[in-house]
Ligand binder design. Structure first.
Ligand SMILES: Cc1cc2nc3c(=O)[nH]c(=O)nc-3n(C[C@H](O)[C@H](O)[C@H](O)COP(=O)(O)O)c2cc1C
Length: 216
């Protein structure tokens, strides 16, 4: 399993890691969309990734976190950090976790907000504390998409994409997941103006399925 610092960008795809097309059918991927803007930059990058994954024959279910009802984690510890696999809040997390249990892999897309993940994404990640994450995620793969604004010059370089990357690496380590790759979107206008980035998202979606099938 790679550590985040060793893999700054995209999937490591070599011929020996790719499964031929047609052998990837029935892969189930959950796409978690962490931007409140359902037609914004993050959503566009994610939908390109999803199109690529579907073109490789996998089934992708998109969950817009904006449309869910997720209560913030209270740190009440009734769950004993997932040991009891019971969160006192009976909200959208239960349905999401049911889908997660049935999936083979995940892609999480978030805009960078104050050099971290969006509040919707953080809300979701925090609530994983209440579930036995190894049971739901163990042995599965995850891919991360981050989207930030690069139209300003700052006195200090902004590490937002890296910070979210380290967060996902730590969640992956905790949950026994393999963090396979990270697409770092950056734009000063909109991603629609960046055909190269959109193409990259599509290709990464395809490759994610192919690399993942190989690893199975
Ligand atoms: C609350 C908030 C905080 C933000 N913080 C950052 C930041 O720290 N660094 C950055 O590069 N962009 C930041 N942005 C800009 C967004 O990351 C950027 O506009 C991104 O493209 C938004 O994606 P979306 O269209 O999916 O919402 C912030 C935007 C918002 C709304």
């Amino acid at each position: 399993m790679f550590k985040y610092s060793q893999k700054p960008y995209g999937l490591c795809v070599t011929d020996d890691k790719i499964t031929p097309k047609g052998e990837n059918d029935n892969m189930k991927i959950i796409a978690l969309m962490g931007s409140p803007k359902l037609s914004g930059n993050t959503a566009r990058l994610l939908s390109q990734f999803v199109n690529g994954a579907r073109a490789e024959g996998s089934e992708v279910d998109i969950i817009n976190l904006q449309e869910q009802n997720i209560h913030p984690c209270d740190a009440c510890d009734m769950c004993a950090c997932g040991e009891k696999d019971f969160c006192v809040y009976n909200d959208s997390m239960r349905g999401i976790m049911k889908k997660i249990a049935e999936a083979d892999a995940f892609v999480l897309a978030t805009p960078v907000w104050w050099t971290g993940a969006s509040s919707l994404t953080k809300l979701f990640l925090d609530r994983l504390y209440g579930y036995n994450t190894n049971k739901y995620f163990g042995g599965k793969s995850i891919y991360l998409i981050t989207m930030l604004y690069d139209g300003r010059t700052y006195a200090h370089p902004l590490p937002g994409a890296d910070i979210v990357g380290y967060v996902i690496q730590s969640v992956s380590d905790f949950a026994g997941m393999e963090f396979l790759g990270h697409l770092r979107g950056a734009s000063s206008g909109g991603v629609l103006e960046d055909a190269k980035l959109l193409d990259k998202a599509y290709t990464e979606g395809k490759n994610f399925v192919r690399v993942m099938s190989h690893a199975k």
